[in-house]
Design a protein around this ligand. Structure first.
Ligand SMILES: [Zn+2]
Length: 282
């Protein structure tokens, strides 16, 4: 999970620029007339999100009598995000914000679109609210963010508001199998609240991160097995371990909780892997 800065614009900018690109007069007027409603909702959102309390916002099927949920969906897709629309630059500022184009939800796959943290179908009032618009890969996007959270623990992590800090929390178990297998899990640091620990576990599960990272780790092991074998020929298991420790330090310096950091930490800590496990990689 990668934290991102909150977009540098507000729902006022999004509504006004979106309305400027709408040629259907009644529609753009209805949108502009609802601006105070959008702004009040945005203030509530920004007050609740840092405390992890967005689940408390009641669902609705309209913004105002003239702006139904369905119409808000059309406005988002056909006006706000439309290529060439005045508001498209705002959409793209969110879409292209993550470094290297990596999805903030999984940290691995490439961003495919902008998604609504609180789903459009349940919260049309936040369709154009920048704080609710997050870049996501298609796998993290599909269905996973649209689940309805009934309590704080059922909320996935929000890339603008949830900060997990730099303490190590993503760890692996190196399983002594042939080939070696790597199992990822969340190990909540002592300083996390029970709710945060539950949310991270929930996020990890619904985004399928254990499976995603295990597959990446298996591929990484296949990539490094030849060079580990060459190191062992001259320096034995001690050389293998020293090399893996260096790889861990380098990954950790960039990201304390990437799947690679966790992988190399687990590998260099495993006597079995450094002595013989590396020989079993296929
Ligand atoms: Zn993702």
């Amino acid at each position: 999970m990668k934290r991102l800065p909150l977009p540098a614009f507000e729902v006022k900018d999004a509504v006004e620029q979106c309305a400027a690109g709408i040629t259907i007069v009644e529609r753009s007027q209805a949108l502009l007339a609802a601006l105070p409603t959008f702004q009040a909702a945005e203030a509530t959102y920004k007050a609740l999100a840092p405390a992890g309390q967005l689940f408390q916002i009641p669902t609705s099927d309209q913004v105002t009598p003239l702006l139904s949920g369905d119409l808000m969906g059309t406005i988002y897709k056909s006006h706000f995000a439309r290529p060439g629309a005045p508001s498209r630059a705002l959409y793209e500022a969110i879409r292209f914000a993550p470094p290297y184009g990596l999805c903030p939800m999984c940290g691995q796959r490439i961003v495919a679109s902008v998604d609504h943290y609180l789903p459009q179908s349940l919260h049309p009032i936040f369709n154009l609210t920048p704080a609710n618009l997050v870049p996501a890969c298609s796998d993290c996007n599909k269905g996973k963010l649209a689940k309805f959270a009934q309590c704080a623990e059922e909320q996935t992590l929000h890339p603008y508001f949830d900060d997990l800090g730099n303490e190590r929390w993503l760890v692996v178990d190196v399983r002594e199998t042939a080939p070696p297998s790597i199992a990822y899990r969340v190990r909540p640091p002592a300083g996390w609240s029970p709710v945060l620990a539950a949310r991270v576990q929930h996020h990890f599960k619904v985004m399928g991160l254990a499976e995603l990272y295990a597959a990446q780790a298996a591929s990484e092991l296949a990539d490094i097995s030849f060079s580990l074998g060459e190191l062992a020929k001259t320096g034995g298991p001690a050389s293998v371990r020293t090399h893996l420790q260096g790889e861990f330090a380098s990954r950790h310096a960039r990201d304390a909780n990437s799947w690679k950091t966790a992988l190399y930490e687990g590998l260099c800590a495993s006597d079995w892997f450094c002595n013989q496990g590396y020989l079993l990689v296929r």
